[in-house]
Structures are given as C-alpha cells and as structure tokens.
Design a protein around this ligand. Structure first.
Ligand SMILES: C[S@@+](CC[C@H](N)C(=O)[O-])C[C@H]1O[C@@H](n2cnc3c(N)ncnc32)[C@H](O)[C@@H]1O
Length: 698
C-alpha cells in the first residue's frame, strides 16, 4: 500500500521539531484511535496535539521510571507489539510503512522545550495517566487567607473548595498559621485536611487538622526545576496546581472569574503569545500569565481604579516574583538564577517539592504597579495606556496616577464662576461652538478658536507657537519686578528676573459657557484619546512614551498633570528629593500677575502625575509642543499645559518635548541629566552658554 501522505506529513512535522521517529510512532497510533482517525484535528496547528502528546508521553515515562514502574511500561509496550504481530489489520495509512523510509534519518535527541518546561495539554487528549493541566475539569484551588480584622472576625478561616472532583489529591497550601506554628515550615506541605503530606525527601510532619477531607497517601511531585510552581501529582498521574491566593490585608470582595473564564482567557493568551510550539514557551511564564489573567478578570469586573489595596487579593505562583513584575514574565525571558534566588528567599523551609508560600503583604504602591500592566492609568483616562519593557526586567517607577492636576497645599488657585466675565464666554450658545452657524464669544478671544472642526490645532496658530518657542527672533521676553524664582532662592541679594517667554495661549470654553461637553472648543478638557504606550528606551533614557497610532500635525496628545505647587514649595521639595517641575510662567511679568508667593505656580508630576511624566526631553526638534490652555479660570497664574503634535508623527515613534533645560545652567535645584536625545541640535553637546529664557523645566 502506498504510504499515506497524512502519516508522512505528521512524521515530517515532528522531525522538524527534532523528535525521534521511535517516539512518534506509538503516540501517533494512539492519537489516531483517540481522534477516530480524524487527520484534520491531528494536523491542526502543525500537528500540535501530536507534539504535545509525545512530550506528555515522555514525561509520563520518566515519572513511571522513577517510580519503578518501568516494567509495567514495558509490558504495555509488549502487549501493543503483540497486537500488531497477531495480524491486526493495519489502519489505512498505517505508520509501519514509513518506518523503513525514515529509519536512516538523523535523530538528534534534543528536546524542543527547555528543561523545566512542560507541554501545554490544554487541548490535547491525555493518552495515559500523564501529567496534565486540564483547566476545564481539574479544580484550581485558591486557598484564601484573609487576616482576621475587627470587622470580619471570620477572616483567616480556610475556604473549603466545593465539589472536589479529585478528593484524594494533596495540595500545597499556604496555611495562615504556617509561619507562626513553625511545624509546617520545614520541607513539608500540608494538605487541606491538615494532614501531613510527604515531601520529596520522604519526611513527614503532623499538623492539626483545619478543614474537612480525607486524603490517601500520595507523593508530591517535585516542582519543575527550581521554579516557584506549586504542583502536586498523585500516583495516578493527576496533577494539581496551587495558586496561592490571599488578600494583602482584610477581606476580599472581588468578583472572581470562573475557571471556564480563566481557561478561555489563558487559551486566548497562549494562542497570541506562545504560538503553540514556540521553543520559548515556558510553564513558568504560562503560570504567571494565568495568574495575571485571573487577576485581570477579577479586577476588571470590579472597578479597580477605586479599589484600596487592602480590598484586593494578590495571586501568585511566587509572591516575590509577582511583586517584581507581572509584565516581566511576559516581556522578558527571566534569568533563571535570579528566579532561583527569588524562590529561595521567599519560601519557608528547604523543600525541593511544593513550596509553602509565606503570607506576604504587598504595599499599596506595589499593588498598583502589578495591576497597572494593562493600563498604567488604572482606568482614570478614557483610554487604556499599557506599559511594556522589552529591554530589561524593570517596572515603571511608583507614582499615583492623576488625570487632572491637584493642589498640593498652599497654591492659591481660584476656580470661581465670578472670575469668568460674561463677555469671556458663550453663555447664550448651545451645542458645538465650532459649528459654522455658531457665533461664539470664545472665538473672539485671544486667538480666536485654536482648533479646527477636525479637532486639530489650526496650522497658523501652531506655527506661531512653534516660532515663539524655537525662533529667538520671534520670542518676546517679559520680566518680573520680583521674580518668584529668584525670591525662592532666599539669597541675601535678590537677583534680577532672567525673563519669561511670552506664549500664545488657548482659551477653551469653560463652565459658564452654554455649549455641550463635546463642543469642539473643549478639546483638552475631554482628555486623552490617542493610543499611547509607556516603554523602556534602549539608550539609557529610562522610560518613555510613544504613540501606537499615526498622529496628524496639530493633534492633542495629553496635558501635563501633577501637583500644583507654589514656587517656595517647589524649592523646599527639591531640596529633599528629585522633582520634575514645569513652571507655569507664561504670564509672569505681564499686567495682572502679582508677585504673591502663593500665586506663582508650577506642576510637579513626580509623585502624582499623569502619562506626561514619561515624556522624555529632546533638544529643539522634539515632536511635541506644549501650549498653555485656559480651561476653568481666567486667572493668569494657573493654566493647563497641553502637548500637541508639532508635525505628523508615525505610529511607534517616541513622543518628546523640549524641556527648555540648559544643561550648563542650573536655575532650579533639581538633578541635571546627561542629555541623550540624539538631536543634531542637542544643547548638551554644543554646550551653549546661558539660556535665552528662564527654563520651563528643571
Ligand atoms: C519626566 S522624566 C521622563 C521619564 C523618565 N525617562 C523615566 O524613566 O521616568 C525626566 C527624566 O528622564 C530622563 N531623561 C529625559 N530625557 C532625557 C534625555 N534626552 N537624555 C537623558 N535622559 C533623559 C532624565 O533622567 C530626566 O530627569
């Protein structure tokens, strides 16, 4: 009979994965039986099920061998051979025909997957009693250990899982008392019934029962390599994966996802991320993804933005690992030595088997960091802004995301309706002030309407702003009688004002206007709409912000939000720690601007800030321009600082703005940096002497 092309293809696919022919044959035979010779299913995803099944078979064999069951395996093999000998009619396309043809092919024994990595068995049938993780049926135990609080005295009790399909399985669990009692911390793992489970070194311990259940004797499988996976297997080969799940403090009221939801989310993630047979697939990454998915599903269901950390759980295969990076697992291949160190330092006892994860607390800031992988804004903007790090294992600095600037302490910012004169707004109009039929008073403001109906800056207005900031011939300087910056230095002799650049400003419709929220003259106050991403730069500038979509010239990107500080507050703060201030000096030196200490303001986005705190500096030819925007008050001391694209910006381009810093001149007491902007106009290279204007930013 001519060789079946199906079988031939299957062998070729496995050979490409450097799997020995002798391993393929028995497994393929079984698969044909399981799948009722449905080649379509077997061939899916480049014979994924076959590869998975072979890996499983290998693992099964390894386990059986170690348990002294080699003999049994040989019998099974012999029995299957006898069946063939007895003249059982070969299946159409039987693999026997290909043995000869494939016999002389090279058969390197290299495994596709790395040590410590398991095959995904999410969709492949389990051929024998092999190790598998079937999320559709196998329970994933989530021991939940809230600490008892005044309001919830019951917290701290173990939650007993419902309807365990595998009642005789031991579990690695994090007992709330495990650290205190000390008797469960030395190389043994306690099952849910409080019985003692054997560790891999065979020692046992007695533990006071704390929950229901009865367990037969099983050996605990060693965790894969030194990873933090908590796996337990029974003699029959069933495996349970323990996700330690505990709140940081207090109780949890998260609407937890079902196992089915989790399975679907993980499958989706695997399909997207791992491309099935990718040699880089790792179980550890998979497990961490699963934890992240679980957390995502749970926190999405509950407005995570408003959650206090004490209400939220953390889920971990190893808490230190997760603390360090939720995204790290997905973004980088973690150094194995690091990982071992993490496991060792975070586990109690020296068990090489299941690890007992101590009840860890994570700080509120760490929690925010972990949970913000998908959206660094924590849902506080209209759009999600993810962060990625494809360079190293760093996570973004801890800060509190605020979409709008907030007064720190003494800043005298007045938002009052009385401040807005009737002739400064369009109280009689309705709808969209940019609509052609509208004659709106705001249009007769300083610059008319700055925006087009398409939501972009008018070209001529943008050009004017660009000239004002870049072209010394167009720059107008204003000088304070007593400059707040000089005053704040508190030097014996007050230095004269160095001058402040006069800038064109935008006046948006404000609260007294009768137009709708969606009015075209309310662009900045409508918030971020562009797809942005925080990423780690390759050239030593730390984190940066880039756009994931093409931005037209004049598009609004974001505003600079931070704490509103007075200048004396800024100087005091800068003496204590690093600040990233933006001075709101666009009107300084003009009429109507007092030298009052509490009215000269700046924004500091270091601790409380928005996405703009990640925008790096570029000398002169940055692609963003910052423009003052008056939104809720006519008070010239306070305005929003909005970033617009000053040219068309490609998707994935980094967004930059010129901080206005002169690298050889330290007006503000903040840390200077060595500029790596790469611009041909870089002031750090040219070492231009004293600047033309007061720095906007230190
Ligand atoms: C507002 S932060 C920008 C985000 C910052 N890269 C981060 O990782 O958080 C300003 C700091 O970024 C770094 N930075 C920004 N632009 C830079 C440049 N052109 N060259 C070198 N470092 C830069 C400096 O450390 C600077 O103090």
């Amino acid at each position: 009979m001519a060789p079946s092309p199906h079988v031939k293809k299957a062998f070729a696919a496995m050979k490409a994965l450097q799997i020995e022919d002798s391993l393929i044959k028995p497994v393929l035979k079984k698969l044909l039986g399981v799948y009722d010779k449905n080649w379509e299913l077997i061939a899916e995803d480049n014979y994924r099920v076959l590869a998975d099944a072979i890996f499983e078979e290998q693992e099964t064999q390894a386990i059986e061998e170690s348990k002294g069951k080699k003999k049994k395996a040989e019998e099974a093999e012999a029995s299957s051979a006898t069946q063939v000998e007895r003249g059982k009619k070969p299946d159409p396309g039987s693999i026997e025909e290909y043995e000869d043809a494939l016999a002389d092919l090279e058969r390197p024994l290299k495994r596709v997957r790395r040590r410590g990595e398991g095959g995904s068995a999410l969709t492949s049938p389990s051929l024998d009693s092999s190790i598998s993780m079937d999320l559709t049926t196998a329970p994933i135990l989530l021991p939940f250990h809230p600490m008892a609080t005044e309001n919830d005295p019951d917290a701290g009790a173990l939650i007993v899982p419902k309807d365990e399909p595998f009642p005789d399985m031991p579990f690695g669990s994090t007992h709330p008392d495990s650290l205190d009692r000390g008797n469960s911390s030395n190389g043994h793992v306690e099952n849910l019934a409080g019985e003692t489970a054997s560790t891999v070194d065979g020692t046992t311990n007695d533990v006071t029962p704390t929950a229901i259940g009865s367990f037969s004797e099983h050996k605990l499988a060693a965790s894969l390599d030194s990873s933090a996976l908590e796996l337990a297997s029974s003699a029959s080969g069933e495996v349970k994966i323990n996700l330690s799940f505990a709140p940081a403090t207090g109780g949890s009221n998260l609407p937890l996802p079902s196992m089915e939801e989790l399975r679907r989310a993980m499958e989706d993630k695997c399909l997207r991320s791992y491309k099935i047979l990718d040699p880089n697939f790792s179980v550890l990454g998979f497990m961490n993804d699963m934890c992240s998915c679980y957390l995502d599903l749970a926190t999405k269901a509950k407005d995570s933005a408003n959650q206090l950390p004490k209400d939220l759980p953390f889920i971990t295969t190893n808490i230190d690992e997760l603390k360090k990076s939720a995204a790290r697992m997905a973004f980088t291949s973690m150094g194995s030595n690091d990982h071992v160190r993490d496991v060792e330092s975070s586990t109690v006892g020296d068990s090489m088997g299941l690890v007992v994860v101590p009840e860890c607390q994570i700080s509120a800031d760490e929690w925010r960091l972990i949970s913000s992988v998908g959206d660094i804004t924590l849902g506080k903007e209209l759009v999600e802004i993810p962060w990625v790090n494809e360079v190293n294992d760093k996570v973004p600095p801890v800060f509190r995301y605020i979409a709008q600037s907030l007064i720190y302490l003494d800043a005298a910012v007045k938002f009052s309706l009385g401040n807005i004169r009737d002739d400064q707004c369009c109280s009689s109009c309705c709808g969209d002030c940019l609509a052609p039929s509208m004659s709106c008073r705001c249009a007769t403001g300083l610059n008319g309407f700055a925006y087009t109906v398409d939501g972009l800056l008018h070209e001529d207005f943008l050009e004017q702003c660009i000239f004002e900031s870049r072209d010394p011939r167009k720059q107008v300087m204003r000088y304070c009688k007593e400059c707040p910056l000089e005053k704040a230095k508190k030097e014996a002799i007050l230095e004269p004002c160095k001058g402040h650049l006069k800038r064109s400003v935008i006046q948006e419709c404000w609260s007294k206007c009768g137009c709708v929220k969606k009015c075209g003259n309310r662009l900045v106050q409508q918030g971020i709409h562009k797809k942005l991403q925080v990423f780690f730069t390759l050239d030593g500038r730390g984190w940066g912000l880039r756009t994931l979509e093409k931005l037209p010239k004049g598009a609004f990107v974001c505003e600079f939000a931070g704490e509103i500080l007075t200048i004396p507050e800024l100087f005091q703060r800068s003496a204590e720690r690093l600040t990233s201030p933006v001075i709101l000096d666009a009107h300084w030196g003009s009429e109507g601007v007092s030298g009052d200490d509490n009215k000269a303001l700046c924004l500091d986005g270091t601790q409380y800030g928005n996405i703009s705190r990640f925008i790096n500096h570029r000398c002169l030819d940055a692609n963003l321009i910052e423009i003052p925007v008056h939104v809720e008050t006519t008070d010239l001391h306070y305005y929003h600082l909005a970033f617009f694209a000053n040219r068309e910006i490609d998707a994935m381009e980094e967004l930059t703005w010129d901080y206005g810093v002169e690298f050889n001149d330290h007006v503000f007491p903040t840390s200077p940096f060595h500029c790596r902007c790469g611009s041909e106009f870089c002031r750090n290279i040219q070492k231009i002497s004293k600047g033309k204007s007061v720095k906007k930013r230190a």
